[in-house]
Design a protein around this ligand. Structure first.
Ligand code: MG
Length: 174
């Protein structure tokens, strides 16, 4: 059985992951409108991944006999000043999510909830990757500057990203 403090924090994290999904879908739409269809694809994959994250927390609460409580998803930004700004916002957002995951881990440690700590380990590693991915694209865009061919090539590269279901979901036995 989950303790109430942990249950509440995990439910809040479902909401944060759904907000992330919503944010990335909004970024995808913005990229489409700006003519960067490859970048839009990258954000659509990101949208799928965030829904996976929410689902992992959802499954975990259910599995531990807790109660899932879904709250309203706040509105997200709908426009950005530049393509660089979209990815800078992505990195800044992922840094916030990392802090949320770290807070969850600290709570699970305080509460001596070892199963929750074990579940969170995947997210700790995932956040390292999320921040690295966003930083790499920011570095690329800065290097390219306003070179049209460079942006064309980057857009093509990001258009090749494909979605793979998060491993805690694909390896689940139920
Ligand atoms: Mg996430």
């Amino acid at each position: 059985m989950l303790n109430k403090k942990i249950e509440e924090a995990l439910n809040a994290q479902i909401n944060a992951e759904m907000w992330s999904a919503y944010l990335y879908l909004s970024m995808a739409a913005h990229c489409h409108a700006a003519g960067y269809n490859g970048m839009a694809n990258w954000f659509e994959v990101q949208f799928n991944e965030e829904q996976d994250h929410a689902r992992i927390f959802y499954n975990y609460i259910v599995q531990r006999g807790g109660k899932v409580t879904l709250k309203a998803i706040d509105a997200v930004p709908t426009s950005w000043d530049s393509i660089l700004a979209v990815f800078e916002n992505t990195l800044q957002h992922e840094q916030k999510v990392t802090a949320l995951i770290n807070d969850l881990m600290a709570l699970a440690m305080d509460e001596k909830d070892f199963a929750t700590q074990s579940m969170l380990k995947w997210f700790i590693d995932e956040q390292v990757e999320e921040e690295d991915n966003a930083q790499t694209i920011i570095d690329n865009i800065r290097m390219i500057g306003d070179n049209g061919y460079g942006l064309f090539m980057l857009d093509k590269e990001l258009g090749a990203r494909t979605y793979t279901q998060a491993s805690p979901l694909s390896s689940s036995e139920d």
